[in-house]
Ligand binder design. Structure first.
Ligand code: AMP
Length: 396
């Protein structure tokens, strides 16, 4: 793997694609800085070598060009504080000003470029735009795992302008190594915990994992598609009616392959999708009309927790319930605790990005698990076996 460890950056200008797509509150304060702190080791290695750093990223989903709300300038105070030094800013990611500021950078200095997605060319993977960005640095580093599954100008297309000077940063290297560890050298028992809203989003990974895991735990909204397929009543719970056959197929495949499949036995149900709703518990497949399952129930928590706590390898992707609401976070929190317990006993635990990472962060357990991925979709696609454009662009 071509990582930044293979180069001394002294005298070089490194153009680093980072993932600074962080959540901001209405006063532009960063509410979760994990993605920024994740990139610090890469930035510091290059600065310590005596190189200069030009950071490029997207933030949010701006639709019509420059928008105050999505300006990366909001990130500067916190980034400067974390790095302990001034961060310069170019309020256009391409053009004369960016070229001038990048050109004047000295070793040890940092320049942040304005949001790449202020240009539609970024997501289109436009080659001319990529070339304009490429003019700013003499080494290209990709450390944005969260967007590695996109063939955007700054994540993939740009690499062709650095045929002999393109490297993975430490985030990318760690993400790929950890995903490989799970896929190829998992200690047993290996348990995958799948949750979240839709089975359709995760079906390819589930199918792949059936060849690898000892235990497959399914919770969250997707579990109701299984309950319905089994002939149960699910009230107004989330369901994908066109995936009932698929659910039955997964159950059969798990059985054929000797995988222990764990589905919820009981559920916390509510009469509305709200933290103020009335709640109760119901056995799986016996949810009354007008009620919906929003978390796994207490019996299920016991069974799932035991399986997880006794595992040696754990992959977790997707919450067990609507953990964003206090009333429905118990199941997700219990599973997080069981993952922590297993990790303390020596298990390797990988938390898939997106909502599972948000849940673990909400419970302040990020440091208690082996690795929290910074990529949601990217991790899913990598584990499904797809070649990520951002990875391919560096490797080829
Ligand atoms: P995903 O992005 O597919 O991993 O789904 C994550 C989302 O699923 C979170 O926002 C959860 O609130 C939601 N979720 C989990 N369990 C349920 C459920 N039982 N009903 C509705 N939504 C759920």
């Amino acid at each position: 793997m071509k990582t930044i460890d293979q180069l001394n950056f002294s005298g070089k200008k490194a153009l680093i694609r980072v993932d600074f797509n962080v959540p901001l509150d209405e006063n532009y304060n960063i509410t979760d800085d994990n993605r920024i702190t994740a990139a610090l080791p890469t930035i510091k290695k290059i600065l310590n070598d005596g190189g200069s750093v030009i950071l490029m990223s997207h933030l949010g989903r701006p639709k019509d060009g420059p928008t105050e709300k999505y300006s990366l300038k909001h990130v500067i105070p916190h980034l400067s504080k974390l790095l302990g030094q001034e961060v310069k800013f170019a309020d256009d990611c391409i053009g004369e000003d960016a070229v001038k500021k990048a050109g004047e950078l000295k070793g040890g200095e940092v320049l942040l470029l304005e949001n790449l997605r202020f240009y539609k060319e970024e997501e289109k993977g436009d080659k001319d735009f990529a070339q304009k960005l490429a003019r700013l640095g003499d080494v290209y580093v990709n450390d944005a795992f969260g967007t590695a599954h996109r063939a955007h100008a700054s994540t993939a297309i740009i690499a062709q302008f650095f045929p002999d000077a393109k490297y993975f940063g430490y985030v990318m290297a760690a993400e790929l190594a950890n995903a490989e560890k799970i896929l190829n050298s998992a200690a047993k028992p290996f348990t995958a915990i799948m949750g979240g809203s839709k089975v359709s989003d995760k079906i390819l990974l589930i199918e792949k994992l059936l060849d690898k895991v000892d235990n497959l735990i399914i919770g969250g909204g997707m579990a109701y598609t299984f309950a319905k397929a089994d002939g149960g009543t699910i009230g107004t719970s989330l369901v994908e009616l066109d995936k009932l056959d698929l659910a039955l197929e997964i159950v059969k495949k798990a059985k054929d392959k000797g995988v222990n499949l764990y589905l919820p036995l009981d559920n916390v149900i509510a009469d509305a999708f709200s933290n103020d709703a009335n709640t109760n518990t119901a056995k799986t497949g016996q949810i009354p009309d007008g009620w919906m399952g929003l978390d796994i129930g207490p019996e299920t928590v016991k069974v799932f927790s035991k399986v997880v706590a006794e595992s040696k390898t754990i992959l977790w992707n997707g919450p067990m319930g609507v953990f964003e609401m206090e009333k429905f976070l118990v199941g997700t929190k219990a599973i997080a605790d069981a993952v922590v317990e297993a990790t303390k006993k020596g298990a390797f635990s990988l938390i898939g990005g997106g909502d599972s990472a948000a849940a673990v962060s909400k419970f302040n357990l990020t440091d208690e698990v082996s690795y929290v991925s910074t990529g949601g979709g990217a991790l899913l696609e990598y584990m499904e076996g797809k070649e990520l454009p951002g990875v391919k662009a560096i490797n080829e």
